[in-house]
Design a protein around this ligand. Sequence first.
Ligand SMILES: NC(=O)c1ccc[n+]([C@@H]2O[C@H](COP(=O)([O-])OP(=O)(O)OC[C@H]3O[C@@H](n4cnc5c(N)ncnc54)[C@H](OP(=O)(O)O)[C@@H]3O)[C@@H](O)[C@H]2O)c1
Length: 326
Amino acid sequence: MDYVTLGRTGMRVSVAGLGCGGFSQLGLAQGRSEADAIAIIRQAFELGVNFFDTAAAYGTEPVLGKAIKSMRREDVVIATKAPFSFSNPRSTPEGIVASLDNSLHQLDTDYIDIYQLHGVPPNAYNHALSHLAPVLLREKEKGKFHYLGITETAPHDLEHQTVQRAAQDRVWDVVMVGFHMMHQNARDRVFPLTRASRVGTLLMFAVRNIFSQAERLTATMGELAAAGEVPEWLAETSDPLSFLIHEGGASTVPDAAYRFVRHEPGVDVVLFGTGDSEHLRTNIASILKPPLPEDDRRQLATLFGHLVGVGLDAPHLSRPRPPRNS
Ligand SMILES: NC(=O)c1ccc[n+]([C@@H]2O[C@H](COP(=O)([O-])OP(=O)(O)OC[C@H]3O[C@@H](n4cnc5c(N)ncnc54)[C@H](OP(=O)(O)O)[C@@H]3O)[C@@H](O)[C@H]2O)c1
């Protein structure tokens, strides 16, 4: 495993972080058992992963809490999140503190390393900064958590307005941001800001559905080609990213996707979500491999560098329209 310093938190964290949410939720979303989920967490730990991201909304805090019982608490970094939404009555300061207390209970731990507000849309950022952060910082003083973080709601914040502001407000030590081969705008919009203020970055959406399901990728390429967003030839093949798979290059599309984000300057932890033991093994191996060849990275920038908001969808949600990046 490779370890990096997570911004000004100073914590040494594994570059590969196990995401306990996403589509997999450690396999629980596919009907796997709690014992299977615990085995995934333990396998990750044995391969050197010390960073685990969960959330009240994922329902995986209790499983993570059980899994880390066999580890020394100081050997793992636990990030969790308060459910956040203007429509959720629990997004009041009192509700957020109650959620923090409940997360400590669910995780069965004395402290949380990073406590994050979950999916804060740009129009709620002022509320988060002015009303919630001060209350949370008082809870931090009590020792309930060590560092404050905020995560964007990627499909509804295509230009990363929330984390752009968060990177400059000196309140948030860590931000979570979406970035991948066909949604690259965090490179210019976010990472220069987080690097300048030494805010730690957690990277989500490296693979998601678009790079793990071939039919999703080909359908998306068809839509983008029809809209004139990508060249026609990408829609005329069932394997549009095959140019990345070659000797000296990537071995699979997910391999390319994780390597692409891992080596982006400004990315600290690459979160990967899985409930599959073999995926876990290969994803960590991918994250530890060298960058994609220069020619392939140039090709990805040329073909997709202008796209915004592609492949950020959740199941049963329609993909946001991909506007051209000026
Ligand atoms: N706003 C937020 O705060 C927010 C939003 C989204 C995500 N997150 C965090 O980010 C973490 C990562 O989520 P993500 O959705 O971005 O994860 P991801 O790593 O981009 O995608 C995971 C998906 O790809 C599949 N997959 C993983 N490795 C694979 C492989 N080698 N081959 C084929 N399929 C593979 C997984 O299914 P299998 O189970 O079959 O492997 C899963 O469906 C989450 O767990 C969560 O902690 C936070």
